[in-house]
Design a binder for this molecule. Structure first.
Ligand code: DX5
Ligand code: ZN
Length: 218
């Protein structure tokens, strides 16, 4: 279903070649590029920060979707906005002032996203619904690619879709998306699917066709 956007996560790309990886996966049909920032504190893994996001930015024609798995996030929001994030997503669990965080993101000119860990209830976003553009439902515990999908999150997506009503808010799914799990989430009400290993497996910048085949299979 092509009304569903596919957002390949560069966590599964060649870290020495992000620029070419982003351009290649876009040419192969990616709708957004999902950029996973991890701090080794909020999640048990470290990736990269705003300087890398800024370096990647000129190689992306479409939406750069930056997922911050960092705590605290607020002190760094301006830097990620300056790096060129279109969507800037913070975790609801990353700090005590989610309302302030999403306001800061919009004030910086970015679309505001809130990510929910698997154990966090849907109603964590209830009182910010008029101030956000995206909810990212984590269908794995954040930190690593290649984990398997947690199916209890299907019900959370249904709850969020009902709670959102007619507000123009994307529901994005992150973790364990495959040709088997993706349709379940689309049916529950998701409209942006992040996929790392399922997109990048079998391909490379010099052998890009598998990226396109993988995207079309999701
Ligand atoms: C997990 C990241 C995801 C990850 C998804 O912490 O937020 O974006 O890259 O990887 P796959 O699609 O392999 O589960
Ligand atoms: Zn992510």
């Amino acid at each position: 279903d092509r009304s569903i956007k596919i957002a390949p996560s560069i966590l599964a790309a060649d870290f020495a070649n992000f620029g070419a990886e982003c351009a290649t996966v876009e040419e192969q049909g990616a709708d957004w590029i999902h950029v996973d920032v991890m701090d080794g504190h909020f999640v048990p893994n470290i990736t990269f920060g705003p300087a890398t996001c800024a370096a990647i930015r000129p190689h992306i024609k479409g939406v750069m979707d930056v997922h911050l798995m960092i705590a605290p996030a607020d002190p760094y929001l301006a830097e990620f906005a300056k790096a060129g994030a279109d969507v800037l997503t913070v975790h609801a669990e990353a700090g005590p002032h989610l309302h302030r965080s999403v306001q800061m993101i919009r004030d910086l000119g970015c679309k505001a996203g809130v990510a929910l860990n698997p154990a966090t209830p849907a109603n964590a976003v209830e009182y910010v619904l008029d101030r956000i553009d995206l909810i990212c439902v984590m269908t794995v515990n954040p930190g690593f690619g290649g984990q398997s999908f947690i199916d209890s999150q299907i019900e959370k997506v249904r709850q969020l879709r009902a709670m959102i009503g007619d507000r123009p808010i994307h529901i994005e799914i992150d973790g364990g998306m495959t040709p088997t799990t993706a349709p379940l989430m689309a049916a529950a009400g998701a409209d942006v699917l992040v996929a790392g290993s399922a997109v990048f497996k079998g391909g490379s910048v010099t052998n890009p066709a598998p990226y396109g085949e993988n995207i079309r299979a999701i």
